[in-house]
Design a protein around this ligand. Structure first.
Ligand code: ATP
Ligand code: ZN
Length: 289
């Protein structure tokens, strides 16, 4: 990688590839997809996107091949490092999944102790080993590269430890989740050493923070009686102090504007209406800083 250009490592394809590119684009980086599938260039900043297998991202960032990277927390925490590990800068709010222990549906399970002496198949031997040690359980870890969910049917193991998002795969294989080993999502990581690109990295981090904060956030406007303000503040999810402006010629009624950090549902609007609000508008927020 050239010293003049900052390098961001992203998953090429897979479950995180597309959303990683979307985040980069939402942060205002214009991507040119050249003939080179491994390296995309950013036109408006001295930045390259290194597109690789997710398993390589922690090493590339730790070794300085890339300055920052986007990878699942599960991959990062499973990964061994000889030297200093990359630093997690922020969670990115996508690629959510849990590393869970699952047993054939209908199995008896009375807490982690039930796993004592069992064989558990997983692609995450390090994270599973740490979990078992934390609970003082001795079990046999069967390491598999993929298709972990078939292990119980093949009698390779009695239990599995695998990533779950919707649970559909578990269900299709007659398995039920009984414990969570790790909650995961995509995270931004940075090299554990000083980089000549530090100012540019800082500005990218600020933009990523702005993009993630504005995701799901809404700008809510309404008219309401001043006396209903405390109730309205309670109803609006994650809205700090709202802006309140008197309405000309409307006596006690005021205009209320607020940024809500969480989703605003129809139920929320109905509650606001019951509290006396009218002319309620919910608008998307594009950017926030
Ligand atoms: P690669 O070819 O890059 O090695 P992969 O097959 O190892 O890809 P993917 O299946 O694309 O990896 O998953 C990438 C990441 O997506 C996972 O490490 C995890 O953080 C996240 N993820 C989100 N939901 C799920 C899920 N249901 N199953 C697996 N991974 C998930
Ligand atoms: Zn992988």
């Amino acid at each position: 990688m050239s010293a003049e250009r900052l390098t961001i490592a992203l998953q090429k394809g897979g479950r995180l590839g597309e959303q990683s590119l979307e985040l980069v684009a939402a942060a205002g980086l214009r991507i040119t997809k050249g003939a080179n599938e491994l390296l995309y260039r950013v036109e408006n900043y001295p930045i390259d996107l290194l597109r690789v297998r997710d398993d390589d991202i922690p090493t590339f960032v730790a070794d300085g091949v890339a300055d920052i990277g986007i990878v699942g927390r599960n991959v990062l925490e499973e990964h061994p490092f000889d030297g200093p590990a990359p630093e997690v800068v922020m969670a990115l709010g996508f690629g959510r999944c849990d590393l869970k222990i699952a047993l054939p549906a209908g199995s008896d399970y009375a807490g982690p102790k039930s796993l004592e002496g069992q064989r558990i198949a997983t692609s995450y031997p390090h994270l599973l080993g740490r979990y078992l040690r934390d609970y003082g359980i001795v079990a046999e870890i069967i390491e598999m590269r993929g298709a972990v969910e078939v292990a119980p049917r093949l009698k390779l193991a009695q239990a599995i430890c695998d990533l779950v998002s919707t649970g559909a795969t578990l269900e299709a294989n007659g398995l039920q989740a009984v414990a969570t080993v790790l909650r995961s999502e995509a995270v931004l990581i940075r090299a554990p050493r000083a980089s000549p690109h530090a100012p540019l990295i800082e500005s990218i981090i600020q933009r990523f923070k702005g993009v993630t904060a504005s995701r799901g956030a809404k700008y809510v406007m309404m008219n309401a009686p001043r006396s209903a303000l405390p109730q309205i503040s309670r109803i609006l999810p994650g809205a700090g102090a709202p802006t309140v402006t008197p309405l000309a010629g409307e006596g006690d009624r005021v205009a209320v504007h607020a940024v809500c950090q969480e989703s605003v549902f129809w139920e929320t609007l109905e509650e606001l209406k019951r509290a006396g609000a009218s002319a309620i508008l919910v608008l998307p927020i594009e950017k926030m800083m």
